[in-house]
Write a new protein. Structure first.
Length: 169
């Protein structure tokens, strides 16, 4: 059974690094060891030179998500590629991956995550998108969380739905 892992790469070079990883695995004849290599993006409308332009915005700058059976085997093939800074060996849960891919079901069962107090999280939706914080309280059957984030150097407590956050490793 394949699992999802995270590869840390140079910020702003995610697409180039994805291509380099795919090329390296193909050159070694080991491209079959991965099922999926993904840079999570979100469509965003920006105004450039007075015109509306749709661009793909990286949801997790500096990270590439990889689905494979064994991260050790992948690591041995790509660790020498310039721009790959580290490979996080802690695998992602199915709920986190579904949330990232936008395929999550909105049932109470699916939203029941492994969140716990004092856990570091990243906000992926809403006005505090991309902020990193710490869970200080869980309530409504773990559907809501009070999170401390640093805003202008001050710790600020905000209430979030668990669908707006992911574990931050």
């Amino acid at each position: 059974m394949n699992k999802w892992y995270v590869i840390k790469v140079v910020n702003g070079k995610e697409r180039k690094m994805k291509e380099a990883i795919e090329f390296e695995l193909e050159q070694n004849g080991t491209e079959s060891i991965i099922s999926n290599l993904l840079i999570p993006t979100q469509k965003s409308v920006q105004i450039k030179r007075g015109k509306k332009v749709t661009v793909d915005k990286n949801l997790f700058p500096g990270y590439i998500f990889i689905e494979c059976e064994s991260i050790k085997e992948v690591e041995s093939n790509i660790k020498h590629i310039g721009g790959v800074t580290s490979i996080l060996e802690q695998r992602l849960s199915k709920i986190e991956v579904d949330r990232i891919l936008g395929t999550e079901e909105e049932s109470e069962k699916e939203l029941d995550t492994n969140l716990h107090l004092n856990q570091k999280i990243k906000i992926i939706d809403g006005p505090f998108n991309t902020f990193v914080g710490t869970i200080k309280e869980l309530y409504n059957n773990n559907q809501k969380a009070k999170v401390n984030v640093s805003i202008f150097g001050r710790e600020t407590e905000i209430d979030l739905d668990v669908s707006q956050i992911v574990n931050f490793y």
